[in-house]
Ligand binder design. Structure first.
Ligand SMILES: Cc1ncc(COP(=O)(O)O)c(C=O)c1O
Length: 400
């Protein structure tokens, strides 16, 4: 069988604790091979980077392997993969670096569908450089991000368009390739937040038209570390703040301080693991990870449909609208109940769902729901089962 959920679940020792996890959008459980890889670096002789002795060469190998792994995961060039502590930190680094060349009269385009990590760094850097901020609006009735508006938002003074590959609140997957085509025609760069998209679908940064693509490993069974992929020549042509003696070359120039070798080893193990989700998939690691994520997506989609239908038929539940075909994440509210109350009541039953705005700040502001507690979010991942969905629906029905 291409995707065998019981085989996959056996690789997540944390599932033995018995919680029901619909909180993958905030961070997934870690796969056992990842934990082993992290521990083996911490237990073994791994020094700081040097070619002089073997433990130092191991560190160099770990970093190179992790770049290659992320490159296979998202279809990028390994020499253009930069690591950092989080997607937020990496986006600030890129924003500060790119903004050095922005001039008053330039503009940047951000979207109200995005997580604040792909909004505020651009807004704040724009403010510091006298650059105008233009807002792409989502449709509150459908949750879609209409692409037509980019024709009006983007002009020859647009330096950057920031857009999400999937909303972490409602799963919407905007037509990033179309946004990128509009941006590129005007000479603007495109920064894509792939944090919520990467775990759920195969990614091809070239097909997306992403100049920069950021993703966090803790959303795809890995450790708490993030990567930003771009063409090596784009990094090479971008100046950044750095220490005098630290490497001048890209991508190292953008990685401040000593990297976390244990987490980098975990990144490689996570990609290797994802490539086995479909254990019949042949070919290179890139081909296997692509086929595996496609198989996991088919599995998730079926479960997510069951979840949506169940929520729709539960009286008192209001689902925040989202277009078909998004990431398997839904936000909802139970009538007369603060989202935090719903989340806590489900938590009492061992069911993990987040409540709040999950940093999708502009989305919840626009929906007029931020001040009243946002919503409750349930996200399906490839270790979710039919039984988990039934338990969640029963628990929500008991609250409604
Ligand atoms: C869509 C999206 N973008 C960005 C982030 C921020 O990621 P990080 O925690 O790695 O900074 C998150 C985290 O939840 C997210 O869901």
């Amino acid at each position: 069988m291409a995707f065998d959920v019981e085989r996959v679940r056996a690789e997540y020792p944390a599932l033995d604790e018995g919680f029901v996890h619909f909180d993958g959008a905030a961070g997934t459980l870690v796969a056992e091979p990842v934990a082993r890889a992290v521990a083996s670096v911490l237990r073994g002789a791994v020094a700081n980077r040097t070619t002089a002795f073997a433990p130092g060469r191991r560190a160099l190998r770990i970093l190179a392997d992790a770049r290659a792994a992320v490159a296979d995961l998202v279809g990028a060039d390994p020499d253009g993969v930069v690591f950092g502590p989080s997607a937020t930190a990496l986006t600030y680094t890129v924003a500060r670096s790119l903004a050095r060349t922005w001039r008053p009269g330039d503009n940047v385009v951000v979207s109200r569908l995005d997580h604040d990590a792909n909004v505020r760094p651009w807004v704040q850097l724009a403010g510091q450089h006298g650059v105008q901020v233009r807002w792409a609006e989502f449709d509150p009735q459908t949750g879609a991000l209409p692409i037509g508006q980019y024709g009006e938002l983007v002009d020859d003074r647009t330096r950057l368009v920031a857009v999400t590959a999937a909303s972490n609140a409602i799963g919407t997957r905007p037509d990033v390739a179309a946004v990128a085509a509009t941006a590129h025609a005007a000479g603007a760069l495109v920064y894509v937040d792939g944090v919520h998209a990467t775990p759920h679908l195969p990614t091809d940064v070239t097909a997306l038209g992403a100049d920069f693509y950021v993703t966090s490993a803790y959303k795809w069974s890995g450790p708490h570390i993030a990567a930003c992929a771009a063409a090596p020549q784009l990094w090479a042509g971008t100046a950044t703040d750095k220490l005098l003696p630290s490497p001048d070359e890209a991508p190292e120039r953008f990685e401040l301080g000593t990297p976390s070798f244990e987490q980098l080893a975990g990144v490689t193990a996570a990609v290797e693991f994802l490539a086995t989700l479909d254990d019949t998939a042949p070919g290179t690691r890139r081909e296997r990870v692509t086929a595996s994520l496609a198989a996991a997506h088919r599995y998730d989609t079926r479960l997510f449909q069951t979840l949506l239908e169940g929520l729709r038929s539960t009286p008192g539940v209001r689902i925040l609208p989202a277009p078909e075909g998004g990431a398997p994440t839904v936000s909802f509210r139970v009538a007369g109940q603060h989202p935090a109350e719903t989340s806590a009541a489900l938590g009492e039953k061992g069911i993990c769902v987040f409540a709040g705005d999950y940093y999708a700040y502009e989305y919840f502001q626009t929906m007029g729901l931020r001040d009243s507690g946002g919503a409750v979010r349930a996200s399906v991942y490839h270790y979710t089962t039919d039984d988990d969905v039934t338990r969640l629906l029963e628990a929500v029905a008991a609250q409604a």
